[in-house]
Ligand binder design. Sequence first.
Ligand code: DAL
Ligand code: ZN
Length: 322
Amino acid sequence: MAKKLKLKKKFKIIGIIIILLIIGSIIGVKQYKIYKYHQTYEYKLMEHGYTKDETSLLINTFNDTSKLDELLNQNIDKTLLNLINEKYFILNNLDRYEAYLKKNPKLSLDNVVTLVNVNRDNNYYENVVATDTSKDILMLVNKYNHLNEDYTPEDLVIISQNYSWGDLGSQKTRKIVYDAFQNMWNAANSEASIYLMVSSSYRDYKSQEIVYNNYKSLKGEKYADSIAARPGYSEHQTGLSLDIFTKTSSNKNTFKDSDAYTWLINNSYKYGFILRYPEDKVNITGYEAESWHYRYVGIDIATFIHDNNITFDEYYAYYINK
Ligand code: DAL
Ligand code: ZN
């Protein structure tokens, strides 16, 4: 009897020990989890004062934790959060945004992002690179991205004299552009009785040199740079750009007031063309407005650029090059 009781007591003690062990390990695991959580950037950033949303934004933005460590060693950086939230924010450009903002503290953050994305933190023709011609109809040629002297598109076709001025064979463009232009010509003609005419199309390096040097010798470098590209830097060398007027409106000073211009800015994107140098984007494109210069990028991208009111330079930085 006494033996049985002893055994019962023993089991009881063992039972209690097991229960205590279970409780102990539950508490231990919990404590360990808390300890582990305290090591995370989520915890540390929130402890530092960032909100839950801001913390998620920072963690999702920076794979490189050294930036998160840096943030933990300084005051809350609202400017950084606002920069990251900018629509066209590019992580690789972050240091440049911050440097440009420091130099231009009055600029809005969306301007800082836009301008740095299109390289305006460098002077024109500084830090230039050879453009990536493998991008084909989406290659970017501007004051920072150039073509080699010998770059010539392979599929140039002659533009009919029905649609262009000059001797036969003097106006050429890429086949894909010519097809799109003819579609646009037909639409302009049938919808609005507009007779489009091309005044300039593909220009090789040497022709561009002549164009640019003419302006330069007539009115100086600053003026030449505001309206013409230096050789190697003209979109005309891509064979993707057309200067478009009409039989009745062929004056660069007045074309913007013509019905044809209104029709083109409202419709050219439907055929794959964008107005490349708009009036309100001079600081981005680096050229005075050219109501006659249209660049082929294909219908989808032309539509996007038109609908979002951005330049090709901005589009390229964010959607192609990023
Ligand atoms: N006029 C344009 C910018 C060019 O020369 O290519
Ligand atoms: Zn042009």
